[in-house]
Design a protein around this ligand. Structure first.
Ligand code: NDP
Ligand code: GDP
Length: 323
């Protein structure tokens, strides 16, 4: 029998890859979409006719109740959030409302309309923040360092609480940074690969950045959405860390990206205090052995392959727009 899935955050990076995966598996996919003056469908243009869109917002409980009613989901993936750490200091209240309380809103909608639906919450390695142990795993205590991280901790625990209070099949995936050519341009990987392409094509000379010493565990979004799906296919709900198990500095990232097109990053990068954060997460490195063992999850794309894939994609996109 065809399964129904409801995805919030369908227009974002992960929403687009997850929708592709579920469509391939024969799901009927419903996407919660915010009303915008000009529709932003870049990531899902190629599959938009296969998705049934439902208007709604994580801040509006009645719209979520309506979305769960219409979609009658077997699985709900809550990917919607104000997802950029930098913006969370500029819009801390909105971040708390959507990235934090928004999770309660969608859980309530599921509990009221279809409590037997399986639920996935997009938790984040940013919850580990100022890390208390390395590598970070499911049992590592949280110490968030931004309003975004704080809101994600709330979203994580409310998901665990609904599982324990109402016996709902609710899982929290603690995903480390994952990237792709569809990543928002303000995130460091895409900011760099987009700038490298522009500099290579003579459209830009310098790139202004913040802290190049920060270390992240960066994987490919296409690999990570497979883990989300696997989490909802188990006998019992649980929480899992998803990561590559490798960490790299931002400097290594720029070195690979500039080096791929024969450029020297030192000739182009300017450190600008504007991009240095009020509180930094210095090091993230995840231990995904539980996911590997229990879900059989494997990653396919490594760090260097990921960055060069993104540079190539930005080069191609910009060249096309110039023609
Ligand atoms: P994106 O920023 O690409 O996508 C976020 C999505 O949320 C967009 O579709 C956006 O819609 C939607 N959205 C934002 N606010 C609301 C709202 N109030 N109501 C309804 N929809 C809303 O994020 P990613 O795809 O990269 O990430 C998916 C999820 O995973 C997020 O929750 C993120 O915080 C989390 N996460 C991501 C990681 C990563 O490295 N990518 C790591 C760990 C967790 P619109 O297009 O209208 O703006
Ligand atoms: P985050 O881990 O969710 O905050 O993902 P980002 O891609 O936004 O940032 C990753 C790391 O890159 C953080 O430690 C940032 O401080 C660092 N960084 C350094 N320069 C920049 C920059 O210009 N933009 C962004 N977004 N991050 C930067």
């Amino acid at each position: 029998m065809t399964k129904n899935a409801l995805i919030t955050g369908i227009t974002g990076q992960d929403g687009s890859y997850l929708a592709e995966l579920l469509l391939e598996k024969g799901y009927k996919v419903f996407g919660l979409r915010r009303r915008t003056s000009v529709p932003i469908m870049e990531n899902i243009e190629h599959i938009k006719n296969d998705i049934e869109f439902i208007d709604g917002d994580l801040l509006d409980l009645s719209s979520l109740i309506n979305a769960v009613r219409i979609s009658n989901p077997d699985e709900v993936y809550n990917l919607a959030a104000q997802s950029f750490v930098g913006t969370s200091w500029i819009q801390p209240v909105l971040t708390g409302q959507s990235t934090g309380i928004g999770v309660t809103n969608i859980l309530e909608a599921v509990r009221i309309v279809k409590p037997e639906a399986r639920f996935y919450q997009a938790s984040s390695s940013e919850m580990f923040g100022k890390v208390v142990e390395t590598p970070q795993k499911e049992t590592t205590p949280f110490y968030p360092r931004s309003p975004y991280g704080v809101a994600k901790v709330y979203g994580h625990w409310i998901t665990v609480n609904y599982r324990e209070s109402f016996d709902m099949y609710a899982c929290s995936g603690i995903l480390f940074n994952h990237e792709s050519p569809r990543r928002g341009v303000e995130f460091v990987t895409r900011k760099v690969t987009d700038a490298v392409a522009r500099i290579k094509l003579g459209l830009q000379k310098e790139l202004r950045m913040g802290n190049l010493d920060a270390k992240r565990d960066w994987g490919f979004a296409g690999d990570y959405v497979k883990a989300m799906h696997l989490m909802l296919q188990q006998e019992t709900p649980d929480d899992y860390v998803i990561s590559t198990g490798e960490t790299h500095t931002v400097e290594e990232l720029v070195d690979i990206a500039f080096g791929h097109v024969g450029l020297n990053w030192q000739d182009h990068i300017v450190i600008d205090q504007k991009f240095v954060r009020p509180a930094e997460v210095d090091l993230l490195l995840g231990d995904h052995s539980k996911a590997k063992e229990k879900l059989g999850w494997e990653l396919e794309v490594g760090f260097k392959q990921l960055i060069t894939m993104m540079v190539e994609s930005d080069l191609e996109r910009i060249q096309k727009s110039l023609r």
